[in-house]
Design a binder for this molecule. Structure first.
Ligand SMILES: [Fe+2]
Ligand SMILES: [Fe+2]
Length: 190
């Protein structure tokens, strides 16, 4: 799918603020894809659609998670996680994207997962460091992303986990497992 067509489709789903964020993720993801020899078109489309379901109602997202038999654990954790798997499902169903590498990059962009692909890593990190992001620690991840995508990913997961711990919030198991995989196995993908 052409970039302009994809952007037109996603613009209708998002607020202006979230659309600007999406453009930032797209630019960062294509930059990282070139840098780390990943498919630039796939990175571009994954980034454009990564937050496709961000503004669906909780009821709709809950229903899709149950009907599609996504992990029931999701419903016990922060609803901020839900738009990722729901987004992958809706992008396939409503937009017609069938490429599983792209759909998985969308599906795991909030939690990560052990053995995540390079494309999944790029979307996760791009979402974290796009130019519109301003929070403590983001510059360190930006610097690491220039050198080593796995180190950037570890740092962003550490920051996310620490942030949740400080707020007495639960950490989704996949996120902890992704962190452990990176530390114990150095981010080796199958
Ligand atoms: Fe998101
Ligand atoms: Fe995002």
């Amino acid at each position: 799918m052409e970039r302009d067509k994809a952007l037109k489709i996603v613009e209708k789903q998002l607020t202006e603020h979230r659309y600007v964020h999406t453009i930032g993720v797209m630019e960062t993801a294509t930059y990282l894809a070139e840098k780390y020899n990943e498919n630039v078109e796939k990175a571009e489309l994954s980034a454009i659609f990564h937050d496709y379901a961000k503004f669906r109602s909780k009821e709709e997202m809950k229903q899709i998670i149950s009907e599609q038999k996504f992990s029931p654990l999701l419903l016990e954790y922060n609803s901020e996680l839900w738009h990722a798997p729901v987004g992958a499902f809706l992008v396939e169903k409503e937009v017609g994207i069938k490429d599983h590498a792209i759909l998985d990059a969308i599906k795991f962009h909030t939690s990560g997962r052990p053995y995540m692909s390079l494309l999944e890593k790029i979307i996760y990190v791009a979402d974290y460091i796009e130019p519109g992001r301003h929070f403590p620690g983001v510059d360190e991840v930006r610097e690491l992303a220039e050198i080593n995508i796995d180190k950037a990913l570890i740092k962003s997961l550490q920051n996310t986990i620490m942030f949740l711990l400080k707020k007495n919030q639960a950490v989704y198991p996949d996120t902890i497992q992704t962190y452990n995989w990176l530390v114990l196995e150095g981010g080796r993908t199958i």
